[in-house]
Design a protein around this ligand. Structure first.
Ligand code: EPZ
Length: 420
């Protein structure tokens, strides 16, 4: 097992380059199944989840050629399977999105039920009801979802009861090849959905309204090839900004886009950060000051992202003052709190709210990562703690952060990867 050994007390200072977005790369890789032509993708991050997705697509016989560093070419002109097996889906929920292109192009899909994960049960009822509204027949047998649409999918109005990111992406991809027009109501508005839509439009899809709560898709007979550059990862960007805030540092993050981080940036400014935003970089300077406590309530985009909740909890744990963090998206996304308390954080939980009393300092400890963003919050806590911490089960963080220790080292952090 690998772990990260972190010795705290260093301010983060310097520049870091942000990688391509995980939550954009995954659906866009899946969209390669929608065409028999080549997709050329750039700015693909080196992440375990991306490697898992490439493995899955290759199991369906999609040809994927990696180019130097961060580009690849896909071609799905000889797909021989439309089954996403349990061992891949259980480790990466985004795999369930293969249902849409397989149904739309081949009329069938067999995908393992993803099961829950530590942050919540994460059902996919909205995905399936949307596909059934488009004429798919779905049933569950022995832990797998079997979907068929022998006559192809038909355009429909799909109204989501609640915002679902991958649910919106699933229906969006299905609708591109459906017969007729699909209108998605109460669609999620995350920038990664817009990135996917922009790639699909380059492939010949007829899409309007991406990024708003109503998306309209006019189905076409075939989609062609395209070349697309993945957008920067806004959560990686926010994570480094949070780490610099907690350590009272001064950093510049490059290859990012501040317009995707408006809510996060305004909260960091409330914490006392001086922030400058330009076209593709953001500079944050704490002037060596202790951050102020800030209340947070997570909600679907453009409100404060749930994927930044744990990282902000780390800031609040050592901030000047008391704060409340309310998690409204997932039912169990406080797994990081027990581990932070082992480092001396003063946090109490009441249902989906956490109440934090800022302490002057944390102390290094042996902690266990539970999920991707919790791991990031433990790194931030360890960076400010006195002494040394060991963050175990670091595979969680490798799912969503490229070269995390190298990037942190370049900012002055005392962090090394160890193998137990
Ligand atoms: C996406 O997950 C992201 N993953 C998550 O990022 C992110 O936390 C989440 O959206 C919310 O922003 C990818 O894009 C690959 P949802 P997704 O469907 O689509 C419930 C990370 O850290 N729901 O928007 O799975 C669900 O249980 C990951 O990068 C249903 O009840 O999330 C949750 O409570 C973690 N039925 C809420 O909706 C459904 O059919 C939002 O889930 C679908 C969802």
């Amino acid at each position: 097992m690998q772990k990260l050994e972190v010795t705290g007390g260093k301010k983060l200072e310097g520049e870091v380059t942000i990688s391509g977005a995980k939550n954009s790369s995954l659906p866009i890789l899946i969209s390669s199944l929608l065409t028999d032509q080549k997709l050329v993708l750039h700015n693909i991050p080196h992440l375990n989840d991306v490697s898992s997705m490439i493995t899955l697509l290759r199991e369906l016989n999609v040809d994927i050629t990696m180019h130097e560093n961060i580009s690849l070419t896909t071609q799905a002109d000889n797909v021989t399977s439309w089954t996403a097996p349990y061992d891949i889906v259980r480790t990466m929920r985004a795999s369930i999105m293969v249902i849409a292109p397989c149904l739309a192009r081949f009329g069938k899909a067999i995908v393992s039920l993803p099961g829950g994960c530590l942050i919540g049960s994460r059902p996919i009822d909205m995905h399936l009801s949307g596909l059934e509204a488009m004429g798919a027949k779905c049933f569950i047998k022995e832990g797998y979802i079997h979907c068929s649409a022998p006559k192809g999918l038909k355009g429909a109005t799909v109204s989501f009861d609640n915002k679902t990111v991958t649910g919106t992406e699933n229906i969006l991809m299905a609708a591109t090849l459906a017969k007729g027009t699909t209108t998605i109501k109460n669609a999620a508005c995350e920038p990664e959905i817009v990135d996917l839509a922009n790639c699909l439009i380059k492939m010949g899809a007829q899409i309007q309204g991406q990024g708003t709560e109503t998306i309209q898709v006019d189905g076409v007979k075939k989609l062609g090839g395209a070349e697309h550059t993945i957008m920067p990862d806004r959560i990686e960007s926010g994570t480094f900004l949070a780490a610099a805030t907690a350590t009272r540092g001064h950093i510049r993050i490059k290859n990012t886009n501040h317009k995707y981080l408006k809510n996060v940036i305004s909260k960091l400014k409330l914490a006392g950060a001086e922030i400058t935003c330009k076209e593709d970089w953001i500079e944050l300077d704490m002037k060596g000051k202790r951050p102020k406590a800030v209340n947070i309530k997570t909600a679907p985009y453009p409100k404060f992202p749930t994927d930044m909740q744990a990282q902000f909890m780390a800031i609040n744990s050592i901030a000047d003052g008391n704060s409340k963090v309310q998690e409204t998206v997932f039912e169990n996304r406080f797994m990081h709190i027990d581990e932070m308390k082992r480092m001396g954080a003063d946090i109490t939980i009441d249902n989906n709210c956490a109440f934090i009393k800022g302490v002057k300092s944390l102390s290094g400890a042996e902690v266990i990562a539970s999920d991707l963003r919790a791991s990031a919050s433990l790194i931030i806590s360890a960076l400010v703690a006195e002494g040394t911490s060991n963050i175990n089960r670091v595979y969680h963080i490798d799912r969503g952060y490229e070269f995390i220790e190298e990037k942190m080292q370049r900012l002055g952090a005392n962090i090394v990867r160890k193998i137990d």
